[in-house]
Design a binder for this molecule. Sequence first.
Ligand code: ARG
Ligand code: ZN
Ligand code: CA
Length: 237
Amino acid sequence: GLGVINIPVYVHVVYSNSQQNISDAQIASQMNVLNDDFRMQNADANNTPAEFAAVAADTEITFSLAGTFRYADSRSSWGTNDAVKAAYPPVSPSTHLNIWVCNIGGGILGYAQFPGGNSSTDGVVCSPQYFGTTGYVQAPFNKGRTMTHEVGHYLNLRHIWGDGRCRQDDFVSDTPTSDGPNYGCPSYPTVNCRSTDMTMNYMDYTDDACMSLFSQGQKARMRATFQSGGGRASILN
Ligand code: ARG
Ligand code: ZN
Ligand code: CA
């Protein structure tokens, strides 16, 4: 096996006011969440119901901050069309996860590029108020789980409901089917498509405080991208 895989990270902070120029401490808090969540060291792991605890996974993926870049820019919102990446291109995207922290606008928390896409737009974009756990953060998305979710996409995970009705799959067998996203903090059990939804999975749309796991099947799907020929294999050099 590949053992523990480390992903080096570049963070690009693009700001139009001082609030958006988030602190190094806020960036560090997000790195901590990624490392805790992907290694199943999250303090709320014990919130995962017994029904799902057996499939909760330590993905054996870690993240290390390789550098931070800061850019003042008068543009106050960037949308989801990769304009921020054209203005501030990724650095070594074949070997590094690039993250742009900028105001997306329109109530969008973040967005990510799946493996196999154009290297010039590869990485994850997140609005500053949903990034990390300290500083300029806004409940109920103030526990760093937007980035956990987006990095899941970056490593080939689909939304847990497969972005379709009951029969639409997320290509992961141990995540129950559902007919759509869950929001807020659903009571357990929430049943759709004749099975209990894994509403606390990072790839649902629930509040940060109500998410607590990736599954073993999601772990396998993410780690497959690092195998020879996989979309993230170049990160291993
Ligand atoms: N809506 C975004 C996406 O589909 C992120 C959702 C993140 N959810 C959260 N609780 N932080 O990529
Ligand atoms: Zn998503
Ligand atoms: Ca599934």
